[in-house]
Ligand binder design. Sequence first.
Ligand code: ACO
Length: 322
Amino acid sequence: MTTIRIIGTGSALPRKIVTNDDLSKIVDTNDEWISSRTGIRRRCLAEEGETTVELGIQAARRALENAKVTAQEIQMIIVATCSSETNFPSVGCQIQAGLNANNAVAYDISAACSGFLFALNTAQAYARTGNYQKILIVGTETLSKVIDWEDRSSCVLFGDGAGACVVEASPIGMMNYVQHSDGSQGDVLSCYTSTMRTPVISKGMSMKPLHMEGQAVFKFAVKTVPGCISQVLEGAQVSKDRVKYFILHQANQRIIHSVAKRLNVPKESFPMNLDRIGNTSAASIPILLDELNSQGMLEPGDYLVLSGFGAGLTWAATLLEW
Ligand code: ACO
């Protein structure tokens, strides 16, 4: 049966690096608190011109180059984001215009930190119809625009960035996926604006849109993620020992270590980059995939599990062969 295979990856990060010490000048925090509770040491934050769209275009160009595919060959662009500068046009359409990918249909998916996986699963469903051969998937975020920079318990967690993958219809590649939503718990992680244009870190911003109940999110993640990873493996009758890397949404090192422990898998099988880039929501999984790919750490035949979790609430896992 037709599935999809990832044939190219790319990513883009803003130029400005903000360390935990830098944040301690803005809110009452310190490097020791942030790094011991989250594993995060620094993040990249967008400045003027580094928008959700622009970062997405950069990541997409690199993924196309890596896949050796032209923008005109792309038939569909699916963008996962929850930090668009516009309600419309979609980020997908703006990225299409930036790439001159004029044979593609383009649109957005909103599933916060699970968005990239929901997009990947959607791409597979379209490829199975036989109507789409080459699809570009982009996760891109500038959440720094919607963070409450006076709330030390949430502003220290996030970073900006974009990651992208080119996928093509193939007999091997994605083997199984599971995806879930629980809207009844939406209030534990919410954001009541979607169209802020101010891309700069600025204390004293009058809007306080991002609200997070940290401990509730933590409990949700450590409870649901091991379950959905087990579900995706069992559904494909694949042993966890066959999996080379578990590529999880990069929210918090403690969440990732807890998932590793519950699955009884060595934590070395869970690569991380959150120490350097923080939580980039829908961009975190494709950025990490691109790092592993560009460092030559992925070989044909490797089995990977990707798993995302976040606002909605939403969570998902995908099993694929590289
Ligand atoms: N610096 C210093 N102190 C802080 C900070 C900070 N940045 N933030 C909170 N504190 C203080 C609190 O005010 C509190 O002080 P008090 O005891 O005097 O009241 C104390 O630290 C403990 O606060 P808690 O909220 O209980 O801290 P906790 O150990 O739960 O850690 C954290 C908070 C890191 C947010 C944790 O709950 C967590 O990681 N949750 C998961 C959230 C997450 O990953 N969100 C990402 C977005 S969602 C997603 O992507 C899935």
